[in-house]
Design a protein around this ligand. Structure first.
Ligand code: HEC
Length: 142
């Protein structure tokens, strides 16, 4: 009897926990709001990255057509996360930009730039082309 009671308790706890997990998922930032992302892009990011994510100057990376997950990760890396002493990706300009964005707005603005079409670019230095190809094919693990 005691054993049966115990296994019933375990089952109940497990059911309770899985219910909690489902609820926690439902509360996650679900769908990106592309319109809000576009508004942020126009007001904040456009001066450097271009309104459509095709920046004019080489100092500012193009964001158009980039994978949204990549953009979100970079934005999070620019922001000092709770408990960390410094951001994972250190850049004085982008630190200020990312600090002003909530996690949901990072998702929103990334979703907007991901929908934009990148304009073709070219390498200023021919010698970096093989390195670019290597990174394109193999990535940079770290
Ligand atoms: C004043 C200019 C400026 C503004 C405004 C600005 N950025 Fe940036 N951004 C930069 C620079 C410079 C870099 C390159 C940083 C580096 O070399 O690490 C960069 C890099 C990035 C990257 C990394 C791209 C990559 O290929 O790794 C993302 C993502 C990004 N910015 C998003 C944004 C978003 C979103 C906004 C608007 C909320 C924004 N930026 C506003 C200057 C700017």
């Amino acid at each position: 009897m005691n054993r049966l009671f115990k296994s019933l308790m375990v089952l109940q706890v497990a059911a309770g926990l899985s219910g909690w997990v489902v609820e926690a998922r439902a509360a996650d930032p679900a769908k990106p709001d592309v319109n809000r992302g576009q508004a942020i892009a126009a007001q904040v990011c456009a001066s450097c990255h271009g309104a459509d994510g095709n920046s004019a100057g080489g100092a500012y990376p193009k964001l158009a057509g980039q994978h949204p997950e990549y953009l979100v990760k970079q934005l999070k890396d620019f922001k000092t996360q709770p408990g960390a002493k410094q951001p994972a990706r250190n850049n004085a300009i982008m630190a200020g930009m990312a600090a002003a964005l909530s996690d949901q707005d990072m998702i929103n603005v990334a979703a907007y730039f991901a929908t934009q079409v990148p304009k073709p670019g070219y390498a200023h230095n021919k010698n970096t082309v093989p390195l670019g190809q290597k990174i394109y094919r193999g990535g940079i693990a770290d």
